[in-house]
Design a protein around this ligand. Structure first.
Ligand SMILES: [Zn+2]
Length: 184
């Protein structure tokens, strides 16, 4: 989708959300969910407006030269690290998790939660930083998540598992795909 189309869609969705907030105060949605959704669209819109989404395009050969074999297997070949082995599985410091491959900030530590699944879990990504794709591999239907900027594989997103988070989503991300930087 071109930039202008995405921006147009963002504007339309933003208007619908604003209208619903004004005229439909008795919506079934919990006020926090409505607020989160509203804040999301606002931030997406701001991002598209400022055009600060950079894209990093490299050939697979270039990625192979830049990344370690393990990073290449996960980020470029959609591999999965063994559960419970990742550097950030039980990591709860304050800061930002960026893409190992291209350095784009993807997740804030404030959205990380303990899921017990064996991989780092986040209930939300930095707006626009992560893109979802349908994944029908392994005889399952799942939603893959990739870094928007470089297309690097991060993991999968699962919804409706009942975690007590604002989105009820779990971004299950390989530690190898992430690079943490603390607040300093
Ligand atoms: Zn990236």
């Amino acid at each position: 989708m071109t930039f202008d189309k995405r921006m147009l869609i963002a504007v339309i969705i933003n208007r619908i959300v604003v209208r619903n907030l004004r005229h439909n105060p008795l919506s079934n949605q919990h006020p926090i969910q409505t607020f989160v959704a509203f804040r999301h669209f606002q931030q997406h819109f701001a991002l598209y407006q400022s055009r600060n989404m950079t894209s990093v395009e490299r050939s697979e050969e270039e990625w192979r030269a830049i990344l370690s074999p393990q990073q290449f297997r996960i980020l470029r070949e959609k591999g999965t690290e063994a559960p419970g082995t990742g550097e950030y599985d039980k990591h709860y410091e304050r800061g930002v998790y960026s893409c190992t491959a291209c350095g784009t900030p993807l997740y804030e530590s404030t959205t990380k939660f303990k899921s017990g699944c064996g991989w780092p879990a986040f209930f939300d990504a930095i707006p626009g930083a992560v893109t979802r794709r349908e994944d029908k591999s392994m005889f399952m239907s799942r939603t893959e998540i990739v870094c928007t900027a470089c297309g690097g594989h991060l993991g999968h997103v699962f919804k409706g598992e009942g975690f007590q988070t604002p989105t009820d989503e779990r971004h299950c991300v390989n530690s190898i795909s992430l690079k943490f930087k603390d607040e300093q």
